[in-house]
Design a protein around this ligand. Structure first.
Ligand SMILES: [Zn+2]
Length: 281
């Protein structure tokens, strides 16, 4: 999964630090992140490289530390207006799904740094009193110096569930997913419910099915939707007739174990849940 980057180590404790020229720099324009075009894809630029483009020295750096992976830090660029549209020659502003095609360190680091950048971009002003906010210096937070309002990073919980029915698995395709493959039922947790209750509700809403024996499987961060995803397995309870929610899904069906193709498990928990079912004999 995306957070499993051993032997590399993700260090996300809060601190204030100065950059090295070789650290990664995230320049976020409110929607997309500046990436360098390289053979066959994109790379995250380094601090020294963007400073050199603008004839600046390390001492001129305007940005702040986010976290590090091994000895390389990720910094967020504070030098540019939030909505800069034009990228320097050889660079391009790209959506955060671009990180999915990168190597494990850049994939986790880039997506997570962009998650933080997005949260910061949405909290330049206090939601309570409208005053300009500042970054906290003791923890990852944004503070209103006028009214004391504190805002923490937005992490929206999601549940995903592999519904088993004997040797069949409930698989579905979400209308918003550009990947045409079948995946699993998932959805954001609603206010006032537990993770398990969210599993029951989502399966009923999207497929019209009841489930039992809901069991926790694993979890993963999912920066692409500002989320933390909790994965579960469950068993069909009763009638197996699928009543698909057409506003959310384009397909929903029972798929026999032997008809499920192999899924890559290096990024998403969805694929890990499918592979877990496929390997149960
Ligand atoms: Zn305020």
């Amino acid at each position: 999964m995306i957070h499993e980057i051993a032997p590399h180590v993700f260090n996300n404790e809060f601190k204030i630090a100065d950059p090295k020229a070789t650290d990664f720099i995230i320049r976020y324009n409110g929607a997309k992140t500046l990436l360098k075009k390289v053979d066959g894809g994109y790379a995250i630029p380094r601090v020294g490289e963007l400073l050199a483009l603008e004839n600046k020295a390390l001492a001129d750096f305007e940005g702040h530390y986010l976290f590090s992976i091994d000895d390389t830090a990720f910094f967020l660029d504070d030098s540019k207006a939030t909505f800069e549209a034009e990228a320097p020659s050889g660079y391009e502003y790209m959506g955060n799904r671009t990180f999915r095609a990168m190597a494990p360190v850049e994939r986790l680091g880039g997506a997570t740094a962009t998650h933080i950048a997005h949260w910061e971009s949405l909290n330049k002003f206090c939601g309570r009193c409208g005053n300009v906010t500042i970054r906290g210096d003791k923890e990852r937070s944004i503070i209103c110096p006028k009214c004391g309002n504190i805002v923490y990073p937005r992490i929206s919980p999601v549940v995903i569930v592999a519904v088993h029915n004997g040797d069949k698995l409930l698989m579905a395709h979400n209308i918003d997913n550009p990947n045409p493959r079948l995946f699993l039922i998932s959805g954001f947790v609603e206010v006032g419910e537990s993770l398990e209750q969210a599993v029951h509700r989502e399966v009923m809403e999207e497929a019209g099915l009841r489930v039992k024996n809901v069991r926790y499987f694993s979890s993963q961060p999912w920066a692409f939707s500002d989320s933390l995803i909790a994965g579960f397995t469950a068993e069909l309870d009763g009638d197996d007739t699928i009543r698909m929610q057409k506003e959310e899904l384009s397909e929903a069906m029972w798929v026999k174990r032997e008809d499920i193709p192999e899924y890559e498990t290096d990024v998403s928990i969805s694929c890990c849940l499918i592979e877990d079912f496929r390997h149960k004999a």
